[in-house]
Design a protein around this ligand. Structure first.
Ligand code: ADP
Ligand code: MG
Length: 725
């Protein structure tokens, strides 16, 4: 029987059913699985030094990890005080070096057999006896042929990730290398190309056969690099092709609503504002206007930092739609934000013939039913709410515009939920998350993007301080001075241990304590997530009407809340918050014309440390970054106000998947590519993907058939990116 890629690996030479069983525990069943089980790292002989060179390096002050290869010459256990030390002496062409373990001796005792070859990686030292020594190193067993030829051949040796269990049953790098080598030999020609020939040629990519081969057994580091490039390019190419397909299909729809503009109501509303729109707001509105006028439904992302004034832009779009007799939905991620939008819209629209309705989960059934009724009757209004707006009962009959505020708080799925509910409404999503362009392209690549990159002009940059919790008395005094001038303040307590109850307790306890002591002469409010919605509404209303001077809260006020008269925010236990959360919380102030103050309260110890990592990121080891994460984060807040800058720092601290709370947002899991490090490849792959799809939107040409097949076979899970059948 001929072996194909879909054959079970048990048909390969050197693998029987039993061995095949073991491989299946690490997800390798077919020959294809095996060939695509790529190494996790490599040992490149060009980076290997001999013991005498390493010795000289270390003697002259070199203080970093190093890899060295040697043959086991001797093992011994040495009594040292009350403890035992396990020592292995290795030999290479130029001399000896030793490895020592102070614990886990039982495990190492029987491991190192004389004459076996190992690659050893660790930070070396020179002992007082003048020996070159590695303590608790990483080690990899080499087969003798590999190690003998190590210095003479140009070989780069692959190492694989093998979980503990199969490892115990003797599934080693050596055995994997052997099996894969035989699979490559027998089946490499079965591998079918997964990109069109033209794309491979135009972009000077390695073909798939060479790619697979060189990933396992690199002929040179240059070819390994090209193999990596090809895999990353391909991964980006397919995701971007799906995005291009979706975007193009959206653009093809021509039965969207053509809104009439030049509405007196909108003009009257603009005249009623106390401020003028910024240029960035005007530009964004212009882009929205063109979308709304055209028969292609709007699919637009508005990105603007906290406080840049997105709500007013949304409101104007809502007014246009309502004046055209349409229903509109304005969706927010939290009840408190929905309530605030509802309340603000009502206030701003006082005297205008526009109805505003609120729909949130916490409302009584009767209230909700009345709103549902209106929705299904087609009554034109602005329906403000939470996900309650996309529940089954919410049956819009005349939905013309959907606006989703703080989009990053929703998943991609929810975005499409609301949209498929009605026919072809215009859609505007808004986010303050200042994610880098490459991420935007991947997350929201099917959307057109408007950026509000300008703050209202009377804004003064917020001052941010890091203070010890021993200074709280002074901080309270500072609040009182400011409140005496007629301003307001937030005091925030963190979510403790992810427990709503504890979280509540902290805020409640401090509320009682502060209200009866330092702030006894002031009006203090309390808000938290566990309150009934109308209690929340009452508190927010009172704070907004200046009936409260100080608002004590949990993190429920994190997004969107807008009280321009509040100019101080105190964030307790600031070290417990993530960077994006701190930036969002800080964004609650500095929205008026007063100087804003953000006080990050933390432990005495942390408050003293200073560390502006941005100067030195490139020179910090990963371990150093991890160790100083908290202090880097806190200092970043103190030193920078730009959300973009902070996003960049956050990305370096946490990696792109985690960035600014985007984890659940539907970012694809990349196997090979990295959104931070491979931005250039992404840009290139995107360009090629969009060109390809624009020239052949149905992928019906012969040369693109391979793309179509691959999407169907391998990229099914990313279908939310595309509308292709
Ligand atoms: P965000 O972009 O964070 O949602 P908001 O829309 O809540 O910001 O706006 C923040 C504050 O700035 C609000 O009080 C709003 O009324 C005010 N604002 C919006 N646009 C302007 C402007 N052009 N000039 C002055 N203030 C503005
Ligand atoms: Mg907002």
């Amino acid at each position: 029987m001929a072996i194909t890629l879909n054959s079970s690996i048990q048909y390969l030479k050197s693998i029987g059913p039993k061995r095949a069983e073991l491989f299946s525990t690490i997800g390798i069943k077919t020959v294809r699985d095996l060939l695509y089980y790529f190494p996790s790292r490599y040992l490149d002989r060009t980076t290997i030094l001999d013991s005498s060179k390493v010795f000289k390096f270390v003697a002259s002050g070199y203080n970093n990890e190093i890899t060295i290869v040697g043959k086991v010459a001797d093992t011994e256990e040495i009594r040292y005080g009350k403890k035992n030390i396990f020592k292995v002496t290795f030999k290479d062409d130029k001399g000896f070096f030793e490895c020592v373990w102070f614990s886990g001796i039982k495990f190492f005792r029987n491991r190192f057999k004389e004459d076996d070859y190992y690659a050893i990686s660790a930070k070396p030292v020179i002992t007082r006896y003048g020996h070159l020594q590695f303590a608790h190193p990483d080690f990899d067993k080499l087969d003798s042929e590999e190690s003998l030829n190590f210095r003479n051949t140009g070989k780069i040796i692959p190492f694989y990730k093998i979980p503990q269990n199969p490892k115990k049953q003797n599934l080693s790098d050596l055995s994997l290398r052997r099996v894969i080598s035989s699979a490559v030999e027998q089946c490499i020609n079965e591998i079918e190309e997964t990109l069109p020939k033209e794309i491979i040629e135009n972009n000077n990519l390695l073909n798939i056969k060479s790619t697979v081969k060189n990933k396992h057994f690199p002929e040179s580091s240059g070819l390994l690099e090209r193999a990596n490039y090809r895999l990353k390019f391909e991964e980006f190419f397919y995701i971007e092709s799906l995005i291009a397909l979706k975007k193009l299909n959206n653009k093809k729809i021509q039965n969207g609503i053509k809104y009439k503009l030049n509405i007196p109501l909108v003009k009257d509303f603009l005249n009623s504002l106390k401020f003028e729109l910024t240029n960035a707001q005007l530009k964004t509105l212009h882009e929205i206007r063109l979308d709304m006028e055209s028969a292609t439904p709007m699919n637009r992302l508005v990105q603007g930092d906290v406080g840049s004034g997105k709500t007013i832009v949304a409101l104007i779009a809502l007014l246009i739609a309502v004046s055209n007799g349409k229903q509109t939905a304005f969706m927010a991620p939290t009840e408190i934000l929905a309530i605030q939008h509802f309340y603000n819209l009502q206030t701003m629209l006082k005297g205008f013939p526009v109805e505003v309705e609120l729909l949130i989960g916490g409302q009584r059934k009767k209230e909700k039913d009345a709103t549902y009724e209106k929705m299904s009757n087609g009554a034109p209004a602005i329906y403000v709410g939470t996900h309650a707006l996309i529940e089954e009962k919410a049956n819009f009959s005349n939905l013309g515009l959907v606006i989703i505020d703080e989009q990053h708080r929703f998943g991609v799925a929810q975005r499409s939920d609301l949209i498929t509910k009605s026919f072809t409404p215009d859609v505007l999503v808004m986010t303050a998350t200042p994610i880098p362009r490459t991420l935007t392209m991947t997350l929201y690549g099917d959307l057109d993007v408007s950026i509000i990159d300008e703050m209202p002009k009377d804004r003064i940059p917020i001052k941010t301080y890091l203070r010890s919790d021993k200074k709280l008395d002074k901080i309270y005094k500072f609040i009182i001075d400011s409140v005496d001038k007629g301003l307001q303040a937030f005091i925030v307590y963190p979510l403790v241990e992810d427990s709503d109850k504890l979280d509540l307790k902290a805020a409640e306890t401090y509320y009682n304590e502060l209200n009866n002591s330092v702030f006894s002469n002031y009006n203090v409010g309390l808000i938290h997530g566990k309150m009934k919605w109308n209690e929340k509404k009452e508190v927010m209303q009172k704070f907004s009407d200046k009936e409260f001077d100080i608002l004590i809260s949990t993190t429920v006020i994190e997004v969107g809340i807008d009280i321009p008269n509040a100019n101080i925010i105190v964030i307790n236990d600031a070290h417990r918050f993530g960077l994006s959360q701190l930036h969002q919380l800080r964004g609650r102030i500095g929205r008026g014309s007063e100087q804003g103050h953000c006080i990050l309260v933390t432990s005495e110890e942390l408050s003293k440390k200073q560390f502006d990592a941005t100067f030195s990121f490139d020179f910090l080891s990963d371990a150093q970054i991890q160790k100083n994460k908290t202090i880097i984060r806190l200092n970043a807040l103190v030193n920078y106000t730009s959300g973009f800058k902070l996003a960049e720092i956050d990305m370096k601290l946490r990696g792109p998947g985690d960035i600014f709370g985007l984890k659940q947002s539907g970012l694809p899991d990349f196997k090979y590519a990295n959104l931070v490090e491979d931005q250039d490849i992404l840009l290139k792959a995107k360009q090629v993907a969009f060109e390809t799809i624009e020239n052949d939107p149905q992928l019906s040409s012969d040369k693109n058939e391979v793309i179509k097949n691959n999407i169907k076979q391998f990229y099914k899970n990313n279908f939310h990116y595309s509308n292709i059948a």
